[in-house]
Design a protein around this ligand. Structure first.
Ligand SMILES: Cc1ncc(COP(=O)(O)O)c(C=O)c1O
Length: 505
């Protein structure tokens, strides 16, 4: 039954529903006739039904029934009366082709990020702008910080989203924590470790690099050996979840080792936050950054960061001037700190509304449930990919659920496979980077993209494309393997529940 029908059922009659919404009965009767409730009623209906019919359901149904179509106006036609004379000379600088409003196609995003964005996040983002010092906005910022502390599992006071993508979060950590001449030990097992080295150099530090084969985790023994022979290392930096390979390193152990030698740690949690456990306080992490567009299901462009008290004191005590004005922690605290707020830069207000909603969704789901969801769908995807004969790059124990890197099928043109998935199925997956370019495919299952329908679409589409391109696969095997993986997980969960109930009785 569609949402309009459900609403009438819920309130007993069209007349009662119209009364509760303070609209004419003809409005409700039209919803029944067309078979959906227009998108603009989404939030109100969710409120009216106490969440029984969610805004997302209304939006999804309305978008399918009546896709949004905006028509741009003819060039030169002014909304505000007749055009001024002399406007023609400006046209010398006008685009050569006629430009229309942009409407992105509907895609299924299973690449390395960005991921699909939850409809509730998109709705929230399109609310009217308010000022970045508006008291209502300031209250929202405080909530945002508490939600981030939950997601990071920390009590760190300095926990907030930097305006900028994950790369800005990375620079924020390095520029504040690395002074000229500092020795920084960087563990590199993929693309993003290499970027950390760049950051150290640009801050005037001396990087000492521990290299690992791409696809392997950072080796704790190598870190310990390097620290033994470099007792003056100030900072150790590593990527928790390497997006370029789908490999997870042991952040807790690496942090423990760094602390034994008196070094602070910087952890990149861009791909791990929200997808696998990141326990900042329990693991003793000093500085950490992430990004909004991965397992947090938000739009790209914000980078949640968190500094321990020890790091805040360390940065405050620095005698030299931080090399970036925009990222100087001391100045940013004037806007994001707990006391009186002052202008630092114009905060991206609507993007911050969106992050607030995305984090709220995570809070509602519960962190552990969210990690479990990533694991559950990873097992199903993995069963399907392996049934197509695809081999994982990373050993089982280090595999990230949210980033699945497999060697490309032999005999298939890897770029052609990705092109056909995109053009024929609207499905985006990732290619290999650096030494893995042309060798692997990367299947991301992060945040809102991590769902059973995406797993099934991906396996069906991949089976179909590979078979079409002459790879010896049996169409349908992958979906069957994924179904079996889901079924065995359901059976195990049911058994565990039964045992739990028996113990409690
Ligand atoms: C592990 C890791 N670190 C850093 C970044 C940089 O983040 P952004 O692209 O948001 O700047 C990425 C981006 O994919 C990443 O995967």
């Amino acid at each position: 039954m569609n949402c309009a029908g459900r609403l009438v059922e819920l309130f007993g009659s069209q007349a009662e529903l119209a009364r509760r919404l303070s609209v004419d009965r003809a409005v409700v009767s039209n919803w029944i006739k067309v078979g959906y409730v227009p998108a603009r009623w989404a939030m109100e209906i969710e409120q009216l039904t106490g969440g029984e019919i969610t805004a997302a359901e209304i939006l999804n149904e309305a978008t399918v029934r009546k896709p949004l179509k905006l028509k741009s106006r003819p060039d030169g036609e002014s909304l505000f009366g007749s055009p001024l004379p002399g406007n023609e000379s400006m046209n010398n600088y006008a685009p050569a082709k006629r430009i229309h409003s942009f409407h992105p196609p509907q895609r299924t995003l299973m690449g390395p990020g960005p991921t699909e964005i939850h409809p509730r996040v998109l709705t929230t983002m399109s609310q009217p702008a308010i000022g970045y010092l508006d008291p209502i906005f300031v209250d929202m910022m405080e909530e945002l910080k508490t939600l981030l502390r939950y997601v990071y599992q920390t009590k760190n006071a300095l926990t907030f989203p930097i305006s900028g993508p994950g790369s800005v979060g990375m620079e924020f950590c390095f520029v504040n924590m690395v002074a000229p001449g500092d020795k920084v030990l960087v563990c590199r097992n993929g693309v993003f470790g290499a970027r950390m080295i760049e950051n150290v150099e640009r801050c005037g530090g001396h990087p000492i690099v521990i290299d690992e084969t791409w696809g392997d985790p950072v080796d704790p023994q190598k870190l310990e050996d390097a620290l033994k022979s470099n007792r003056d290392v100030r900072v150790v930096a590593f990527v928790h979840a390497e997006t370029s390979t789908g490999c997870q390193s042991d952040a807790k152990l690496l942090t423990e080792i760094a602390h034994r030698y008196g070094a602070l740690v910087i952890v990149d949690a861009v791909t791990s936050l929200g997808g696998t456990p990141v326990l900042v306080d329990e693991w003793g992490i000093d500085a950490i950054y992430s990004a909004s567009q991965k397992c947090l299901s938000c739009t790209p462009g914000l980078s949640p960061v968190s500094f321990s008290e020890r790091v805040v004191d360390y940065v405050k005590a620095r005698k030299d001037k931080i090399k970036s004005w925009f990222m100087d922690m001391n100045l940013l605290l004037g806007y994001w700190g707990a006391s009186q707020r002052t202008y630092h830069h114009t905060a991206p207000t609507n993007a911050l509304f969106a992050l607030h909603e995305a984090l709220l969704l995570l809070r509602e789901e519960g962190l552990e449930n969210c990690w479990a969801r990533h694991h559950r769908h990873h097992l199903a995807l993995k069963a399907g990919l392996e049934s197509l004969g695809l081999r994982y790059l990373v050993k089982d124990e280090y595999q990230l659920p949210q980033m699945n890197a497999v060697f490309c099928a032999q005999g298939a043109d890897e770029a052609e496979v990705r092109r056909r998935l995109l053009n024929e199925f609207g499905l985006e997956i990732g290619a290999g980077l650096g030494p893995l370019a042309g060798k692997i495919w990367r299947f991301g299952m992060m945040g809102y993209s991590c769902r059973a329908d995406n797993v099934m679409l991906c396996l069906a589409a991949l089976g179909s494309v590979l078979s079409d391109l002459g790879v010896a696969v049996h169409v349908g095997d992958a979906e069957a393997a994924a179904h079996a993986a889901y079924a065995s997980q359901h059976a195990r969960a049911a058994q565990a529940k039964k045992k739990g109930q028996a113990r409690a009785a």
